[in-house]
Design a protein around this ligand. Structure first.
Ligand SMILES: C[S@@+](CC[C@H](N)C(=O)[O-])C[C@H]1O[C@@H](n2cnc3c(N)ncnc32)[C@H](O)[C@@H]1O
Length: 270
């Protein structure tokens, strides 16, 4: 995918990334090896997250993936507003949503990358996240990506609470995108715990699709939930003649020191 995002190097539990001409250093616990690039390269970063706070600054900064554009800023917890390890899933979403009039729901939808890649002029995407700030940025990113005319519903709510309400309202969806964190706080302080709540999420997908989803993309960043675990979860909703694809969310690094940032499982009925 064409992008101005580059993962330059990893090591010493950090990653060195470049967006346009700006460089940032952030945590990458899994990078326990020594970096490949020199200290001088690492020291050239415009902003560094030290595990608690950012040092340095970024001027107005935008990241592009093909024709989609996302605002980047130094956010709490060392986040930038995008998870580039999802880019193979974004490409897949673009393919499976092309020329279809699906009703899609994207939960834990953050700043909207999957929503934007899935959104077309013929479908409707419901973008669901508990964070008002993230949803606001998703709206901005939809506009930056030239898709503001598409049908996207922005919902600030706890994922499980909202899906339960949708079941009661008799709503039905065709496509399901969920990238849950290990732990999260929903609206009204409702707690999300992946090990406890992921089976509930799958059952809600079952009800909201009448057991026949057109596609599911499920990813997770919890080391104990690998691609086989995620594939098993969605298997009961996958028709017999449809194949589940699964794998890890690998970030290819220019220095060769690639990192893994979680796992995914997905299928689409053709
Ligand atoms: C790992 S990020 C998702 C990344 C996103 N899918 C992407 O690729 O850009 C986690 C998101 O889950 C949201 N979240 C956490 N707990 C939640 C809950 N109980 N209900 C709704 N959203 C929640 C957070 O606000 C955050 O935006």
């Amino acid at each position: 995918m064409n992008s101005n995002y580059r993962l330059l190097d990893t090591g010493n539990e950090k990653r060195l990334e470049q967006i346009g001409s700006f460089r940032v250093v952030r945590n990458a616990k899994q990078a326990f090896w020594r970096p490949a690039l020199s200290k001088q390269e690492w020291d050239s970063a415009d902003a560094v997250f030290d595990g608690e706070k950012w040092e340095g600054s970024l001027p107005e900064c935008r990241v592009h993936f093909d024709k989609k554009t996302f605002d980047i800023s130094l956010m709490d917890g060392g986040q930038l507003g995008i998870f580039p390890e999802q880019s193979p899933n974004w490409e897949w979403l673009e393919k499976v949503t092309a020329s279809k009039d699906h009703l899609i729901i994207n939960g834990f939808a953050y700043t909207g990358a999957s929503t934007i890649f899935a959104s077309t002029t013929t479908n409707e995407v419901t973008h669901l996240d508990a964070s008002k700030t993230s949803v606001k940025r998703a709206k901005i990113n939809l506009g930056l990506s030239g898709k503001e005319e598409n049908s996207v519903r922005f919902i600030v709510d706890d994922v499980i609470t909202f899906l339960e309400k949708e079941v009661k309202r008799g709503r039905r969806y065709d496509g399901f995108i969920f990238d849950p964190p290990a732990f999260g706080r929903g609206a009204k302080n409702k707690i999300w715990k992946i090990d406890r709540d992921i089976p509930v999420l799958i059952e809600l997908i079952n009800q909201l699709s009448d057991g026949r989803p057109a596609f599911i993309l499920l990813s997770a960043h919890e080391p104990s939930m690998d691609e086989n675990y995620l594939a098993d979860l969605i298997k009961k909703l996958c028709p017999a003649n449809t194949q589940i694809e699964k794998g890890s969310l690998i970030m290819n690094c220019e220095s060769g020191r690639n990192i893994e940032n979680g796992y995914f499982a997905r299928f689409a009925v053709s």
